[in-house]
Write a protein that binds this ligand. Structure first.
Ligand SMILES: NC(=O)c1ccc[n+]([C@@H]2O[C@H](COP(=O)([O-])OP(=O)(O)OC[C@H]3O[C@@H](n4cnc5c(N)ncnc54)[C@H](OP(=O)(O)O)[C@@H]3O)[C@@H](O)[C@H]2O)c1
Length: 253
Protein backbone atom coordinates (compact mmCIF):
# COMPACT_ATOMS: atom_id res chain seq x y z
CA UNK A 1 0.00 0.00 0.00
CA UNK A 2 1.22 3.51 -0.82
CA UNK A 3 -0.10 6.18 1.51
CA UNK A 4 -0.62 9.64 0.08
CA UNK A 5 -1.45 13.10 1.36
CA UNK A 6 -2.80 15.24 -1.43
CA UNK A 7 -2.35 19.02 -1.27
CA UNK A 8 -4.42 21.27 -3.51
CA UNK A 9 -7.97 20.93 -4.80
CA UNK A 10 -7.85 22.19 -8.35
CA UNK A 11 -8.02 20.38 -11.69
CA UNK A 12 -5.09 18.03 -11.16
CA UNK A 13 -5.65 17.32 -7.46
CA UNK A 14 -9.31 16.48 -8.08
CA UNK A 15 -8.46 14.00 -10.84
CA UNK A 16 -5.62 12.54 -8.77
CA UNK A 17 -8.03 12.12 -5.89
CA UNK A 18 -10.47 10.22 -8.12
CA UNK A 19 -7.74 8.02 -9.61
CA UNK A 20 -6.06 7.32 -6.24
CA UNK A 21 -9.43 6.50 -4.66
CA UNK A 22 -10.11 3.86 -7.30
CA UNK A 23 -6.73 2.15 -6.82
CA UNK A 24 -6.52 -0.86 -4.55
CA UNK A 25 -2.87 -0.18 -3.72
CA UNK A 26 -3.16 3.50 -2.76
CA UNK A 27 -4.62 4.90 0.42
CA UNK A 28 -5.30 8.64 0.68
CA UNK A 29 -4.50 9.51 4.28
CA UNK A 30 -5.62 13.10 3.90
CA UNK A 31 -6.62 15.84 1.50
CA UNK A 32 -5.40 19.37 2.25
CA UNK A 33 -6.47 22.63 0.66
CA UNK A 34 -5.95 26.17 1.96
CA UNK A 35 -9.72 26.69 1.60
CA UNK A 36 -11.93 23.86 2.77
CA UNK A 37 -15.00 24.69 0.69
CA UNK A 38 -13.77 22.95 -2.45
CA UNK A 39 -13.12 19.66 -0.65
CA UNK A 40 -15.76 19.74 2.08
CA UNK A 41 -18.12 17.55 0.01
CA UNK A 42 -15.51 14.74 0.25
CA UNK A 43 -15.36 14.85 4.07
CA UNK A 44 -17.32 11.59 4.40
CA UNK A 45 -14.80 9.72 2.26
CA UNK A 46 -11.44 11.15 3.27
CA UNK A 47 -9.90 13.14 6.09
CA UNK A 48 -9.75 16.78 4.97
CA UNK A 49 -7.92 19.76 6.44
CA UNK A 50 -6.87 23.32 5.74
CA UNK A 51 -4.36 23.31 8.58
CA UNK A 52 -0.80 22.34 7.67
CA UNK A 53 0.05 21.63 11.29
CA UNK A 54 -2.54 18.82 11.24
CA UNK A 55 -1.05 16.94 8.27
CA UNK A 56 -0.92 13.19 8.78
CA UNK A 57 2.01 10.91 8.01
CA UNK A 58 2.24 9.41 4.53
CA UNK A 59 4.70 7.80 2.13
CA UNK A 60 4.33 10.75 -0.23
CA UNK A 61 2.95 14.30 -0.14
CA UNK A 62 1.75 15.48 -3.53
CA UNK A 63 1.63 19.24 -4.05
CA UNK A 64 -0.87 19.75 -6.88
CA UNK A 65 -1.10 23.50 -6.40
CA UNK A 66 -0.51 26.47 -8.71
CA UNK A 67 3.06 26.73 -9.99
CA UNK A 68 3.73 29.96 -8.11
CA UNK A 69 2.70 28.55 -4.74
CA UNK A 70 4.73 25.31 -4.82
CA UNK A 71 7.93 26.75 -3.32
CA UNK A 72 6.22 28.54 -0.41
CA UNK A 73 3.90 25.62 0.40
CA UNK A 74 6.88 23.25 0.50
CA UNK A 75 8.63 25.63 2.90
CA UNK A 76 5.54 25.79 5.10
CA UNK A 77 5.29 22.01 5.54
CA UNK A 78 5.78 21.34 9.26
CA UNK A 79 7.97 18.22 8.90
CA UNK A 80 11.32 17.13 7.48
CA UNK A 81 12.86 14.19 5.62
CA UNK A 82 9.59 12.97 4.09
CA UNK A 83 8.93 12.57 0.37
CA UNK A 84 7.35 15.63 -1.27
CA UNK A 85 6.54 15.83 -4.99
CA UNK A 86 4.97 18.52 -7.16
CA UNK A 87 2.95 17.95 -10.34
CA UNK A 88 4.12 20.86 -12.49
CA UNK A 89 5.54 20.69 -16.01
CA UNK A 90 7.72 23.75 -15.64
CA UNK A 91 8.63 24.29 -11.98
CA UNK A 92 12.09 23.06 -10.99
CA UNK A 93 12.23 20.13 -8.61
CA UNK A 94 14.73 22.24 -6.66
CA UNK A 95 12.08 24.84 -5.87
CA UNK A 96 10.85 22.31 -3.32
CA UNK A 97 12.34 22.87 0.12
CA UNK A 98 15.24 20.46 0.70
CA UNK A 99 14.30 19.90 4.32
CA UNK A 100 12.27 17.07 2.75
CA UNK A 101 13.11 14.50 0.05
CA UNK A 102 12.01 15.97 -3.25
CA UNK A 103 10.51 14.71 -6.50
CA UNK A 104 8.28 15.52 -9.46
CA UNK A 105 5.18 13.56 -10.50
CA UNK A 106 4.05 15.37 -13.66
CA UNK A 107 1.05 13.89 -15.50
CA UNK A 108 1.40 14.91 -19.14
CA UNK A 109 -2.27 15.52 -19.87
CA UNK A 110 -4.79 18.35 -19.78
CA UNK A 111 -7.08 18.26 -16.74
CA UNK A 112 -10.25 20.22 -16.15
CA UNK A 113 -12.10 19.56 -12.93
CA UNK A 114 -15.45 19.10 -14.66
CA UNK A 115 -14.29 17.04 -17.63
CA UNK A 116 -14.02 13.28 -17.15
CA UNK A 117 -10.71 11.75 -18.02
CA UNK A 118 -9.46 8.22 -18.40
CA UNK A 119 -6.37 8.12 -16.22
CA UNK A 120 -4.97 5.00 -17.80
CA UNK A 121 -2.14 5.59 -20.25
CA UNK A 122 -1.40 9.15 -19.16
CA UNK A 123 2.41 9.43 -19.27
CA UNK A 124 3.68 10.34 -15.83
CA UNK A 125 7.01 12.16 -15.97
CA UNK A 126 9.05 11.41 -12.90
CA UNK A 127 12.06 13.10 -11.39
CA UNK A 128 13.64 12.23 -8.06
CA UNK A 129 16.51 13.80 -6.13
CA UNK A 130 17.02 10.81 -3.84
CA UNK A 131 17.36 7.71 -6.03
CA UNK A 132 15.74 5.42 -3.47
CA UNK A 133 12.38 7.15 -4.12
CA UNK A 134 12.22 6.28 -7.81
CA UNK A 135 10.49 2.93 -7.30
CA UNK A 136 7.77 4.42 -5.09
CA UNK A 137 6.92 7.03 -7.73
CA UNK A 138 6.91 4.37 -10.44
CA UNK A 139 4.63 2.20 -8.30
CA UNK A 140 2.31 5.16 -7.69
CA UNK A 141 2.00 5.76 -11.45
CA UNK A 142 1.43 2.06 -12.07
CA UNK A 143 -1.23 1.91 -9.36
CA UNK A 144 -3.37 4.36 -11.36
CA UNK A 145 -2.73 2.53 -14.64
CA UNK A 146 -0.15 4.94 -16.01
CA UNK A 147 3.22 4.43 -17.60
CA UNK A 148 6.01 6.36 -15.89
CA UNK A 149 8.97 7.97 -17.60
CA UNK A 150 12.08 9.05 -15.73
CA UNK A 151 13.11 12.32 -17.30
CA UNK A 152 15.39 15.26 -16.56
CA UNK A 153 14.23 18.77 -15.64
CA UNK A 154 15.35 19.95 -19.08
CA UNK A 155 13.30 17.23 -20.83
CA UNK A 156 10.24 18.00 -18.67
CA UNK A 157 10.45 21.71 -19.51
CA UNK A 158 10.81 20.89 -23.20
CA UNK A 159 7.82 18.56 -23.08
CA UNK A 160 5.79 21.20 -21.29
CA UNK A 161 6.71 23.77 -23.94
CA UNK A 162 5.66 21.37 -26.71
CA UNK A 163 2.48 20.65 -24.73
CA UNK A 164 1.60 24.35 -24.70
CA UNK A 165 1.77 24.34 -28.51
CA UNK A 166 -0.20 21.13 -29.08
CA UNK A 167 -2.77 21.70 -26.36
CA UNK A 168 -3.17 25.30 -25.15
CA UNK A 169 -2.53 26.98 -28.50
CA UNK A 170 -4.62 24.44 -30.41
CA UNK A 171 -7.44 24.99 -27.93
CA UNK A 172 -7.20 28.76 -28.43
CA UNK A 173 -7.59 28.11 -32.16
CA UNK A 174 -10.73 26.07 -31.39
CA UNK A 175 -11.93 29.09 -29.43
CA UNK A 176 -11.36 31.37 -32.43
CA UNK A 177 -13.16 28.90 -34.70
CA UNK A 178 -16.02 28.90 -32.18
CA UNK A 179 -16.16 32.71 -32.21
CA UNK A 180 -16.14 32.83 -36.02
CA UNK A 181 -19.02 30.32 -36.18
CA UNK A 182 -21.02 32.16 -33.52
CA UNK A 183 -20.58 35.49 -35.29
CA UNK A 184 -22.47 34.01 -38.29
CA UNK A 185 -24.88 31.84 -36.24
CA UNK A 186 -23.31 28.62 -37.48
CA UNK A 187 -23.30 25.57 -35.22
CA UNK A 188 -19.73 24.84 -33.98
CA UNK A 189 -20.73 21.16 -33.67
CA UNK A 190 -20.35 20.88 -37.45
CA UNK A 191 -16.58 21.22 -36.93
CA UNK A 192 -16.30 18.53 -34.26
CA UNK A 193 -15.69 15.54 -36.56
CA UNK A 194 -12.89 17.57 -38.18
CA UNK A 195 -11.36 18.33 -34.79
CA UNK A 196 -11.50 14.65 -33.83
CA UNK A 197 -9.99 13.52 -37.12
CA UNK A 198 -7.16 16.08 -36.85
CA UNK A 199 -6.18 14.69 -33.46
CA UNK A 200 -6.62 11.10 -34.65
CA UNK A 201 -4.49 11.48 -37.76
CA UNK A 202 -1.29 12.38 -35.87
CA UNK A 203 -1.56 9.11 -33.96
CA UNK A 204 -0.58 7.26 -37.13
CA UNK A 205 1.24 9.75 -39.38
CA UNK A 206 3.56 12.67 -38.60
CA UNK A 207 2.14 16.21 -38.20
CA UNK A 208 4.17 17.13 -41.28
CA UNK A 209 2.44 14.46 -43.38
CA UNK A 210 -0.98 15.25 -41.88
CA UNK A 211 -1.04 18.90 -42.96
CA UNK A 212 -3.59 19.96 -45.59
CA UNK A 213 -5.24 23.27 -46.53
CA UNK A 214 -4.68 26.43 -48.57
CA UNK A 215 -1.33 27.38 -46.97
CA UNK A 216 0.21 23.97 -47.62
CA UNK A 217 -1.09 23.97 -51.22
CA UNK A 218 -0.18 27.63 -51.60
CA UNK A 219 -3.66 28.45 -52.91
CA UNK A 220 -3.05 32.20 -52.99
CA UNK A 221 -6.57 33.16 -54.15
CA UNK A 222 -8.24 31.19 -51.37
CA UNK A 223 -5.91 32.71 -48.78
CA UNK A 224 -6.72 36.21 -50.05
CA UNK A 225 -10.49 35.50 -49.91
CA UNK A 226 -10.25 34.11 -46.38
CA UNK A 227 -8.29 37.13 -45.18
CA UNK A 228 -11.08 39.35 -46.51
CA UNK A 229 -13.64 37.34 -44.52
CA UNK A 230 -11.82 37.88 -41.21
CA UNK A 231 -13.35 40.70 -39.20
CA UNK A 232 -11.06 40.67 -36.18
CA UNK A 233 -7.52 42.13 -36.29
CA UNK A 234 -6.09 39.58 -33.88
CA UNK A 235 -7.56 36.69 -35.88
CA UNK A 236 -6.06 38.20 -39.03
CA UNK A 237 -2.60 38.41 -37.43
CA UNK A 238 -2.83 34.78 -36.24
CA UNK A 239 -4.06 33.62 -39.68
CA UNK A 240 -1.14 35.38 -41.39
CA UNK A 241 1.45 34.09 -38.92
CA UNK A 242 0.29 30.45 -39.13
CA UNK A 243 -0.14 30.61 -42.91
CA UNK A 244 3.43 31.84 -43.22
CA UNK A 245 4.68 29.14 -40.83
CA UNK A 246 2.90 26.35 -42.78
CA UNK A 247 4.20 27.71 -46.10
CA UNK A 248 7.75 27.79 -44.76
CA UNK A 249 7.48 24.22 -43.45
CA UNK A 250 6.20 23.00 -46.82
CA UNK A 251 8.60 24.99 -48.98
CA UNK A 252 6.02 27.43 -50.35
CA UNK A 253 6.57 31.15 -50.92
N1 LIG B 1 -4.47 21.53 -15.32
C1 LIG B 1 -3.66 20.82 -16.05
O1 LIG B 1 -4.02 20.41 -17.17
C2 LIG B 1 -2.29 20.42 -15.55
C3 LIG B 1 -1.64 19.34 -16.18
C4 LIG B 1 -0.42 18.89 -15.67
C5 LIG B 1 0.14 19.54 -14.58
N2 LIG B 1 -0.48 20.63 -14.00
C6 LIG B 1 0.17 21.25 -12.84
O2 LIG B 1 -0.56 20.86 -11.67
C7 LIG B 1 -0.56 21.94 -10.71
C8 LIG B 1 -1.99 22.30 -10.37
O3 LIG B 1 -2.65 22.76 -11.54
P1 LIG B 1 -4.24 22.88 -11.59
O4 LIG B 1 -4.61 23.09 -13.02
O5 LIG B 1 -4.84 21.78 -10.81
O6 LIG B 1 -4.44 24.25 -10.81
P2 LIG B 1 -5.81 24.90 -10.30
O7 LIG B 1 -6.97 24.13 -10.79
O8 LIG B 1 -5.71 26.35 -10.60
O9 LIG B 1 -5.74 24.70 -8.72
C9 LIG B 1 -4.77 25.40 -7.99
C10 LIG B 1 -4.70 24.86 -6.58
O10 LIG B 1 -3.63 25.55 -5.94
C11 LIG B 1 -4.10 26.14 -4.73
N3 LIG B 1 -3.35 27.38 -4.48
C12 LIG B 1 -3.26 28.45 -5.28
N4 LIG B 1 -2.48 29.39 -4.71
C13 LIG B 1 -2.10 28.87 -3.50
C14 LIG B 1 -1.30 29.35 -2.45
N5 LIG B 1 -0.73 30.58 -2.51
N6 LIG B 1 -1.11 28.55 -1.37
C15 LIG B 1 -1.67 27.30 -1.31
N7 LIG B 1 -2.44 26.79 -2.30
C16 LIG B 1 -2.65 27.57 -3.37
C17 LIG B 1 -5.58 26.41 -4.99
O11 LIG B 1 -6.22 26.55 -3.76
P3 LIG B 1 -7.70 27.23 -3.67
O12 LIG B 1 -8.66 26.15 -4.07
O13 LIG B 1 -7.81 27.61 -2.24
O14 LIG B 1 -7.70 28.40 -4.60
C18 LIG B 1 -5.96 25.15 -5.74
O15 LIG B 1 -6.16 24.08 -4.85
C19 LIG B 1 0.25 23.07 -11.34
O16 LIG B 1 1.58 22.96 -10.91
C20 LIG B 1 0.15 22.78 -12.85
O17 LIG B 1 1.27 23.28 -13.55
C21 LIG B 1 -1.70 21.07 -14.47
Amino acid sequence: MISVVLLGAGNVATHLYRAFSKSETIVINQWYNRTLTSISSYANNVSITNDLSQLKEADIYILAVSDDSIEKLSQDLPFTNRLVAHTSGSVSMHDLDKKNQIAVFYPLQTFSKDADIDFTDIPICIEVYEKQNLQLLKDLAKAVGCESHKITTEQRRTLHLAAVFVNNFTNQLYRIGHEICESKSINFNLLKPLITETAKKVQTITPYMAQTGPAKRNDKKTIKKQLKLIENEEHEAIYKLLTSSIKKTHGQR
